[in-house]
Design a protein around this ligand. Structure first.
Ligand code: NAD
Ligand code: ZN
Length: 342
């Protein structure tokens, strides 16, 4: 089968012929239909420090996908060939205290699909049955292919109560923009999204942000005034990983404000901890998705009218993957989809 492989310890990816994965008794084999390119894949493509430390070579990469089950292991009774599914990108141990308690997203032994084990940028992928999410037929196929990052947005956005609250989102990348649509759908009042990229701020406006601010020219405090807010944001979603964005957020929260942090900083961030202490802020780190409450919430929000489809701005055939990565790296895109059908 064809697959996108990190073949050598240098920048780039290679479309190679590799064997179709085998399945164990608890696994399912999926024929991949469409995949989404994630920021993680771009790190692997560029071969930055993180990728060099993390990715064993050779490795089939990618983890955002939708496809059809074509084969099941002898122990699998809950899934059948023909079902349309996605895969949870974190494979957990199933045996640690958190896993046993049903808090699988907190497993300390998580392995990443397309990072530590063969991924989804391929014609076929094998996954444990415990990593399979069956899609309701009402779900659009392109949207189904990005349930993984949509799940990051939903997990973060629903971490704190947002009904009637004012929400600040720093970072209008695909995940920040989807989170804006989610908190709006969940009943937030004002949703202010910040970035330094006009293309992405436009996407945030399209997806329901009350205000989308270019922080190179605007202050969040002025936006608060413009909206008639007097006490600061109730909830903050940090989705940039940028140090200044996080400091801006800390400066604009209300007393008792709650911050969920998804963005991954490149290095340590110095902050004024007095803001956290005296303003009595709550900080919560977010990794991945809750298995499978986040997946359930994604499905029902789409069924109850949430539309995230405008976040998909580009589509390419898998053979044109280089063009897909180029547009991702240009910053002039939302989600980029690769089609794996012949
Ligand atoms: P992205 O890199 O596409 O988006 C980040 C955005 O932040 C960019 O649009 C960038 O222009 C913007 N930004 C830069 N400086 C800023 C500033 N000063 N103020 C406001 N915005 C600024 O990333 P994404 O794919 O949308 O993911 C969002 C973040 O979440 C990234 O940091 C990513 O690494 C991280 N992530 C975390 C998890 C997790 O499980 N914790 C999973 C996926 C992604
Ligand atoms: Zn575990």
């Amino acid at each position: 089968m064809k697959a996108l492989v990190k073949k050598e310890s240098k920048p780039g990816l290679w479309l190679e012929d590799v064997p179709v994965p085998t399945i164990g008794i608890n696994d399912v084999l999926i024929k991949v239909d469409r995949t989404g390119i994630c920021g993680t894949d771009v790190h692997i493509y560029k071969w930055d420090d993180w990728a060099q430390k993390t990715i064993p070579v050779p490795m089939v990469v990618g983890h955002e996908f939708v496809g059809e089950i074509v084969e099941i292991g002898s122990n699998v009774v809950d899934y059948t060939p023909g079902e349309i599914v996605s895969g949870e990108g974190h494979v957990v141990c199933g045996r640690c205290r958190n896993c046993f308690a049903g808090r699988r997203h907190l497993c300390a032994h998580t392995r990443g699909v397309g990072v530590n084990r063969p991924g989804a940028f391929a014609e076929y992928i094998s996954l444990p049955m415990t990593n399979i999410w069956h899609h309701d037929e009402s779900i659009d196929r392109d949207v189904a292919s990005i349930f993984d990052p949509f799940g990051n947005a939903v997990h973060t956005a629903l971490s704190f109560y947002v009904l009637g609250e004012d929400v600040l989102i720093t970072g209008a990348g695909p995940i920040g923009v989807m989170a804006a649509a989610v908190v709006k759908h969940a009943g937030a009042r004002h949703v202010v999204v910040t970035d330094v990229n006009p293309y992405r701020l436009d996407l945030a406006r399209k997806m329901g942000a009350t205000l989308a601010l270019d922080v190179r020219e605007n202050k969040i405090a002025d936006a608060q005034q413009q909206l008639g807010m007097t006490e600061g944001f109730d909830v903050g979603l940090e989705m940039s990983g940028n140090p200044q964005a996080f400091r801006d957020m800390l400066n604009n929260m209300c007393h008792g404000g709650k911050i969920a942090m998804l963005g991954i900083p490149e290095k340590e961030i110095a902050i004024d901890w007095n803001l956290v202490v005296f303003n009595m802020l709550t900080l919560k780190g977010i990794y991945g998705r809750e298995m499978y409450e986040t997946w359930y919430k994604m499905t029902v929000m789409l069924q109850s009218g949430l539309d995230i489809s405008p976040i998909i701005t580009h589509r390419f055939h898998a053979s044109e993957y280089e063009a897909g990565f180029e547009v991702m790296m240009s910053g002039q895109s939302g989600k980029v989809i690769l089609d794996w059908n012949n």
